[in-house]
Design a protein around this ligand. Structure first.
Ligand code: 5AD
Ligand code: SF4
Length: 472
C-alpha cells in the first residue's frame, strides 16, 4: 500500500446521507506542467452503462482535451486510458474487470472512473489486485481529474479519490459531445428512491436537481448550434425540482424546453410513483416532444413491488398506461423488468406476465436480478435457483417479443420522419435511425444522410427494429 495515496475511499453509509446541494460554477484550471506533459499525447475512453455515463464521458473528453491530449481511435496508441464503469449488475462489472486485466501496459496512465469506483468492496479489491490502475476517481470527483493526474505524474503513486457524500453539482465543466445533432442534457443527478435491489443511489448519490436556468441555457445553446434532438436525463425525471429551494416541476421544465423549438425532445427515465399526468398533457401540447415514454415496471406483482421499495402497485401503474394511451394513441411505451428478485414465486412471476399482456409494450429491457453488495435486497436469503430464473427470463422475453412484433405491424407501409444516426456496423450501405417515437429503423442509403432528417417507408419488421426504404 506504500505506493498508494488515499485521499478518500467510498462509503455506502456516507452515500445515504443527504447534504445540502451546492452548485459550483468555477472553471476547471489546467497547470502549465500538465499542458506541457500532454503535448503530442493521446487518450482513449471506454464507456459502459447508461446514458448518464455516456454524458460523463463527454465531460471527461472535454477535460482531457482542455489539458491538451488528443483523442485516440485505438486504445493501443493511447497514453492515458480511462474506463468509465457501470455497477448496476454483476455482468457489467465482470466485463470491466476483464478489460482492466487486458490493459497491463507500461507507460500508460490507467484511470478507473464511474460507478464501480463508488463501491467499498470493489475499490479495496482493485487496490489489492490491479496494481496497474493508477487513479480511481469517484463520480462526484470528475472536476478533480487534472489535479489527480498531475499528482500521480509528479509523485509516481497511485491515487484514490472517491467522495461518497457529496452534494455538489458542477456546472461549466468542459465537454466534447459525441454527436453534432443529438445531445443528452442532465436535469438531475443521483437518485433518492433507494429501490432495495439498486446500487445507483449509492454510486450516484442523493438526488440533486440542476437549476432550471442552467438547464434551459444549455438547451438554448444546443438549439443555436443546430442540434436536432435533446434527451433530458435523470434517474427519475419525474421527481425533478422537488429538492430545489424554489419548487419546480418536471412538467413545467419540459414545457419550457419544448418552447425553445428543438426539433425533437425526449426524456429518460420516468418513475411510476412520481409520474404526473400533467406530463402527458405537455407531451400532447408540443409536437416536438417525442411520443415516447420509458416507464420501468420492474415487477407486475404487488408484494414484490413492495419488497423492491417501488412505492406503487400494479393498479396505479396500469392506470398511468391507460390514461397515457387514451390521451396519446401513438405513444411508444417501453419498460424495464427484473425477473428473479429474491424468493419471487411462480405465481408472482405470472403476475408480471399478466401485466406485460395488459401494458402491451412497444419495447422492453429485461434483466435477471443481480445481487448488489450493500443494498437491502442483498441481505435477503434467496431460495429460487438460477435455473428457474433463466427459465422465467426466457418466458418473459418470448412474451415481450410476441407483443412487440405484433405492435410493429401497425407501422407497415407507412412513411415516417427519421433522424439518421449512423451507418450500420454490419453493412456500409445501410443506415440506422430513429423515427418520431424513438423506434429504430434500418434502410439503405448514403453516409451523407447521417445527422439528417429523411422520410422512410416501412417495408418489413423485425422484433427490435423496422426495415424501410427512403422516399424522396
Ligand atoms: N439487478 C438486475 N437489474 C437491475 N436494475 C437495477 N438494479 C438491478 C439489479 N440489482 C435494472 C432495473 C433498472 C435498470 C436500469 O436496471 O430494471 O430500471
Ligand atoms: Fe435505481 Fe430505483 Fe433509483 Fe431507478 S429509481 S435508479 S431503479 S433506485
Amino acid at each position: 500500500m506504500a505506493n498508494v495515496i488515499i485521499h478518500h475511499c467510498p462509503s455506502l453509509k456516507l452515500a445515504r446521507e443527504r447534504k445540502e446541494t451546492i452548485t459550483d460554477y468555477s472553471l476547471v484550471k489546467i497547470s502549465s506542467f500538465l499542458s506541457k506533459y500532454a503535448k503530442g499525447k493521446k487518450y482513449y475512453i471506454y464507456t459502459h452503462g447508461c446514458q448518464a455515463n455516456y454524458r460523463d464521458s463527454e465531460i471527461f473528453k472535454g477535460i482531457l482535451t482542455k489539458i491538451g491530449f488528443k483523442e485516440s481511435k485505438d486504445a493501443n496508441h493511447a497514453n492515458v486510458i480511462l474506463i468509465n464503469t457501470c455497477a448496476v449488475r454483476e455482468n457489467a462489472e465482470n466485463k470491466v474487470l476483464g478489460e482492466i486485466g487486458n490493459l497491463k501496459k507500461k507507460d500508460v496512465t490507467l484511470i478507473l472512473a464511474g460507478c464501480m469506483a463508488m463501491e467499498e468492496v470493489m475499490v479495496n479489491e482493485l487496490i489489492k489486485t490491479f496494481h496497474h490502475v493508477d487513479i480511481i476517481l469517484g463520480t462526484h470527483d470528475i472536476a478533480k481529474l487534472p489535479n489527480l493526474l498531475e499528482e500521480h505524474l509528479k509523485k509516481n503513486k497511485r491515487i484514490i479519490e472517491v467522495n461518497s457524500g457529496s452534494g455538489y453539482i458542477h456546472e461549466r465543466l468542459p465537454s466534447v459531445r459525441d454527436s453534432s445533432f443529438k445531445a443528452f442534457v442532465n436535469i438531475s443527478y443521483g437518485c433518492d428512491k433507494f429501490c432495495t435491489y439498486c446500487i445507483v443511489p449509492y454510486t450516484r448519490g442523493r438526488e440533486r436537481s440542476r437549476d432550471p436556468k442552467d438547464i434551459i441555457n444549455e438547451c438554448k445553446e444546443l438549439v443555436k448550434q443546430g442540434y436536432l434532438e435533446i434527451t433530458l436525463l435523470g434517474q427519475n425525471v419525474d421527481s425533478y425540482g422537488k429538492d430545489l429551494k424554489k419548487k419546480y416541476s418536471f412538467a413545467k421544465l419540459l414545457d419550457e424546453i419544448a418552447k425553445l423549438k428543438i426539433h425533437r425532445l425526449s426524456f429518460l427515465t420516468s418513475h411510476p410513483y412520481d409520474f404526473s399526468l400533467e406530463i402527458i398533457d405537455v407531451m400532447k401540447k408540443h409536437k416536438n416532444i417525442q411520443p415516447y415514454l420509458h416507464l420501468p415496471l420492474q415487477s407486475g406483482d404487488d408484494k414484490i413491488l413492495k419488497l423492491m421499495g417501488r412505492k406503487y402497485d400494479s393498479k396505479k401503474y396500469l392506470s398511468i398506461i391507460k390514461v397515457a394511451r387514451k390521451k396519446m394513441p401513438d405513444l411508444f411505451i417501453s419498460t424495464d423488468i427484473i425477473v428473479g428478485f429474491p424468493n419471487e414465486s411462480d405465481t408472482q412471476f405470472k403476475n408480471t406476465l399478466k401485466m406485460v399482456k395488459s401494458a402491451q409494450y412497444d419495447g422492453a429491457f429485461t434483466f435477471i436480478y443481480s445481487k448488489r453488495s450493500g443494498t437491502p435486497a442483498a441481505k435477503m436469503v434467496d431460495k429460487i435457483s438460477n435455473q428457474t430464473k433463466v427459465k422465467r427470463f426466457k418466458e418473459l422475453t418470448s412474451l415481450l417479443n410476441q407483443i412487440i412484433e405484433k405492435n410493429n405491424k401497425k407501422y407497415l407501409n407507412k412513411t415516417y420522419e427519421v433522424l439518421v444516426d449512423s451507418v450500420s456496423k454490419n453493412n456500409p450501405k445501410a443506415l440506422t435511425g430513429r423515427m418520431h417515437n424513438n423506434k429504430m429503423i434500418n434502410f439503405n442509403g448514403s453516409q451523407k444522410y447521417v445527422g439528417k432528417l429523411v422520410k422512410v417507408k416501412v417495408t418489413s419488421t423485425h422484433i427490435h427494429y423496422l426495415i424501410g426504404e427512403m422516399v424522396k
